[in-house]
Design a protein around this ligand. Structure first.
Ligand SMILES: [Zn+2]
Length: 332
């Protein structure tokens, strides 16, 4: 019988519960989860007075192996897949037709609108899974993933996708100075992605421990003007500071969100200095594949704390107000 982490009441700890084995319907696939990451979106759920649905299984990014398929899918049992946050979409709008599902007006996010992957098995629409193909020239993945590799791959389907998407949205055509604000689950990946692409990275955070992490990843201390900035925390102060350190004509990517966050920026600072602001989570399909290649070639190493499913409720509750400068990853 599958075991899942479930939120049953608002603002209360999650629980590990047994659920009936789900059978895939037309277009669906059942995945035996190997590792599922837990991030800010999951923490946010614990703080809501009215979560989108209850009960709800959190977990929007994972890696696993197909263990049952419904009709009309191209997956086969035994195939390894990334489980992405985009659970389903209308398939017909302009965004869906151009494979940019995150901007579909009817998109449903896993772990929010539908049950997530934080359990031994998850039912997923086939279109929300990415076959895990190893880039050319790299050795194939082992049949049984090591804990480190499973945890790193789990982060590829969401956090790293967002990190690559944010850096690529800056459209930097030559080596540049990039400021990263907020060295958390996404921010520490943005630092690594930007450095892997040849940029000089400066890190900003209010937490000395997170700045130490940034330094260990090769980021420089804050100081001086930058060509571009990625703000990974939904903080007005961080955004205001990012605008201040950007050169005229610089680009700013905002990839941190919260249910209640507000931003307050001086319009004149943006308009007269020609600052371009882009916002978003995840990225293009190419961004996802680029992130996967960066992990499998060792150019990006997600900082993770791994734990067993049974330990998730206590750890998640303990961290709900603190966050974690990396990602928690449940190994199944
Ligand atoms: Zn659509």
């Amino acid at each position: 019988m599958p075991r899942v982490v479930q939120l049953e009441k608002p603002r209360e700890p999650v629980e590990v519960v047994d659920v009936p084995l789900p059978l895939p319907r037309v277009g669906e696939v059942r995945v035996r989860v190997e590792a599922c990451a837990i991030g800010q979106l999951d923490w946010n759920l614990l703080t809501l007075d009215a979560p989108p649905r209850l009960p709800l299984v959190p977990g929007h990014e994972a890696v696993g192996v197909v263990d049952a398929v419904g009709a009309n899918t191209s997956f086969t049992v035994g195939e390894r897949v990334l489980v992405t946050p985009l659970a389903s979409s209308c398939t017909e709008c302009a965004a869906c037709r151009s494979r940019d599902v995150r901007h579909c007006p009817h998109v449903q996010w896993r772990g929010m609108h539908v049950d997530g992957a934080l359990g031994t098995q998850v039912l997923a629409h086939a279109s929300s899974l990415i076959p895990l193909e190893v880039p050319m020239g790299l050795p194939p993945l082992p049949e049984v993933l090591t804990p480190d590799l499973a945890a790193a791959l789990a982060v590829c389907g969401g956090s790293l996708w967002t990190a690559v998407g944010a850096v690529r949205s800056l459209r930097l055509l030559q080596p540049s100075r990039v400021a990263v604000f907020g060295v958390g689950g996404v921010g520490h990946l943005v630092i690594q992605v930007a450095r892997a692409l040849g940029h000089t990275v400066l890190a900003y955070d209010v937490d000395p421990q997170r700045l130490e992490l940034a330094k260990s990843l090769g980021a420089l201390p804050s100081g001086g003007a930058v060509d571009a900035a990625v703000v990974c925390t939904p903080s007005t102060q961080a955004l205001q500071q990012a605008v201040r350190v950007l050169r005229g004509g610089g680009r700013l990517a905002l990839s941190g969100s919260s249910p209640t966050g507000r931003i307050d920026l001086a319009v004149a600072d943006l308009v007269w200095r020609g600052i371009t602001l882009t916002c978003g989570l995840l990225g293009t399909r190419e961004d996802l594949e680029e992130g996967l290649a960066l992990v499998l070639t060792g150019k990006v190493t997600p900082k993770v704390e791994t734990l067993a499913l049974d330990d998730v409720p206590a750890r998640l509750w303990e961290l709900r107000d603190l966050g974690f400068a990396g990602r928690l990853v449940a190994l199944l």
